[in-house]
Design a protein around this ligand. Structure first.
Ligand code: FE
Length: 235
């Protein structure tokens, strides 16, 4: 398996490129509109055909690159079921598997940051945790149908129950981290260590974070698969 982590500096967003080198087939998870040229160049250099763009959730801080990538490569856009996105080619639900050659991806429903958030387990070793679980942190729960209690349940019951060696690759990092493990996060994630569900809810309610700069444009654009020019785009 080829596995690459790529950063959008402006929004501290990680996009993941996963590929089967025998089939020369690739998947992008959480592509960013402003990085589409970078991603296409990477695919061309590695002689990979993009088969799927997959979202962990509808993002509030950046616009997805899926519409643009789909227009160029004819890849399929996959979003979590229940995300309210009509333009997707396919919806993925809890425990559903997506296979591509030697790549096996399992969706794990992990609501809380948004109500339809998915984590993706790749080949039973790499866990793409989206904004459910960040390295020593977690996604916010104060907009987009977020719910702190539900996020606590998702992380503690569905992610912290996975094997300790599982590699954790989040959708964002703001402090320079790139990868962690489930074992590390269980021991050192300050949002969860020493807090029960009620204490976590109270802690999250007191964060008082400012809205992301792009929320007003990003959420509606992402509900159109990242198409920013024609709101009725429905292929
Ligand atoms: Fe998010």
């Amino acid at each position: 398996m080829l596995f690459r982590q790529m950063l959008d500096r402006q929004t501290s967003t990680y996009t993941y490129l996963i590929a089967d080198l025998e089939q020369k087939a690739a998947i992008l998870v959480d592509p960013v509109l402003e990085q589409v040229e970078r991603d296409l160049k990477q695919l061309a250099e590695l002689e990979l055909t993009l088969r799927y763009c997959i979202e962990t959730h509808i993002h509030a801080d950046h616009i997805t690159g899926t519409a643009k990538l789909r227009a160029v490569t004819q890849c399929q856009g996959i979003v979590p079921v229940g995300a309210g996105v009509d333009c997707a080619d396919r919806f993925i639900q809890d425990c559903e598997h997506l296979s591509m050659g030697s790549i096996e991806i399992k969706a794990i429903a992990t609501p809380g940051h948004t109500d339809s958030h998915m984590v993706y387990l790749v080949n039973n070793t790499h866990l793409l945790t989206g904004d459910a679980l960040l390295i020593r942190g977690c996604g916010r729960t104060d907009f987009q149908s977020g719910d702190a209690g539900i996020l606590f349940d998702s992380v503690t019951q569905r992610l912290f129950t996975l094997k300790d060696e599982m590699l954790v690759y989040p959708a964002h990092d703001y402090r320079g981290f790139s990868v962690s493990t489930i074992g590390e996060e269980k021991r050192f994630n300050p949002r969860f260590v020493g807090r029960d569900r009620q204490q976590f809810i109270e802690f999250m309610a007191e964060l008082n974070l400012p809205d992301p700069q792009k929320i007003a444009e990003a959420v509606p654009a992402n509900e159109r698969c990242g198409n920013i020019s024609t709101p009725d785009y429905t292929i």
